[in-house]
Design a binder for this molecule. Structure first.
Ligand code: SAM
Length: 338
């Protein structure tokens, strides 16, 4: 079996994990596996399960790949990327049997508190992807984070403690992680949350994103590229999917088939996958222009990418009242010309 890490932004929405592993088996997951020792030991202990590890750090992914290879593990795969993206996009509802989150980053500074992984919203997302009865284990040594996790678990309707308490201060049966051993060595107390998905239905307010056709629009009577470039400034569009048209680049070469083109670097603040894409404005021999999305960086053609093209079309329409939309395939409305 060839071992390789998946890129979270490239996985299918959703991913068929039984197919990825080549067998149907209970699905175990660890989020933020660090040096991967826990993940590997867990995989060895539970050969009957398929294990997925998710990590945002690339060096950690490389360590995991080499450990999986050395141990010849066929029941473990790792994903590079943000756990929230993987949970929402690449997992069917009610698929996870057991989830571990060991020592999530505490993000101490007040300005960074919003980056803490575990909060009410995250638990709701996890609840939609876990099987009823599935196990949720969280550990932390951080006093501030402990308060946040305790409050979130005590008020969630979707999980129930497997013990009489919210958390324990030791768990002799567990595999210790690198971070945990360091914390224990300097005398810090660790808190272990051993919870379980209950039967309360969790409404799926985190739909699996849809992949659409690549967006395009054709405009008649546009301004010249020189005029467009001269009039470009950063544009911000609000709404459900905020879009920023950041910079415009002019091509130096004159492609025989496509003529010159303008590239607009664009940021799309779409959940769960924010994207930075290049939107293309291309001249056609007829004098019309084609607005679309460059394949640079392999963008995922989401609703947000369609929205971004609609925003660029809007900006071009505002430059000259003569410019009209001839046709488009956008699934997002073009903002009205004001
Ligand atoms: C404090 S370390 C703990 C590592 C390991 N679990 C241990 O106990 O030794 C937290 C880990 O979570 C990873 N991480 C943080 N945010 C993440 C996210 N949103 N998705 C996936 N991994 C994340 C970090 O890269 C880091 O390796």
């Amino acid at each position: 079996m060839i071992i390789r890490a998946h890129d979270a932004t490239r996985l299918a929405w959703p991913t068929d994990w039984d197919r990825q592993f080549g067998r149907s088996a209970p699905l175990h997951m660890e989020i933020g596996f660090g040096n991967a020792q826990f993940l590997i030991d867990w995989a060895i202990r539970e050969p009957q399960a398929n294990l997925i590890g998710i990590e945002i750090s690339l060096p950690s992914i490389r360590k995991a790949e080499s450990k999986i290879k050395n141990q010849k593990l066929t029941n473990t795969q790792v994903i590079h990327g943000n756990a929230r993206l993987v949970l929402q996009s690449s997992l069917e509802l009610e698929t996870i049997d057991h989830l571990y989150i060991n020592f999530p980053d505490p993000w101490h500074k007040a300005a960074h508190h919003h980056r803490k992984l575990i909060n009410d919203q995250f638990l709701h997302l996890v609840a939609t992807r876990m099987k009823p009865g599935g196990l949720l284990d969280i550990a932390t040594d951080d006093a501030g984070y402990q308060e946040v996790i305790t409050a979130a678990l005590e008020q969630t309707p979707y999980f129930t403690s497997r013990t009489d308490e919210t958390f324990a201060t030791d768990d002799l049966e567990r595999i210790r992680t690198k971070y945990e051993l360091k914390a224990l060595a300097v005398g810090r107390t660790c808190k272990y949350y051993k919870w379980q998905r209950n039967d309360t239905v969790a409404e799926n307010i985190f739909p699996i994103p849809q992949e659409l056709d690549m967006p395009h629009a054709v405009l008649t009577d546009p301004l010249s590229f020189d005029e467009m470039s001269a009039r470009f400034s950063q544009q911000r569009y609000g709404g459900d999917t905020p879009v920023r048209l950041l910079r415009m680049y002019n091509s130096l070469t004159n492609d025989e088939n496509q003529g010159t083109s303008l590239l607009v670097e664009t940021h799309i603040a779409e959940d769960p996958l924010p994207q930075r894409v290049g939107l293309l404005i291309q001249k056609r021999t007829s004098g019309e222009i084609l607005i679309g999305c460059s394949e640079l960086g392999f963008p995922r053609p989401t609703h947000g990418v369609h929205t971004a093209v609609a925003c660029l079309v809007h900006w071009i329409l505002t430059l000259d009242p003569k410019t009209q939309v001839k046709h488009h395939n956008l699934n997002s409305p073009i903002p009205a010309r004001s």
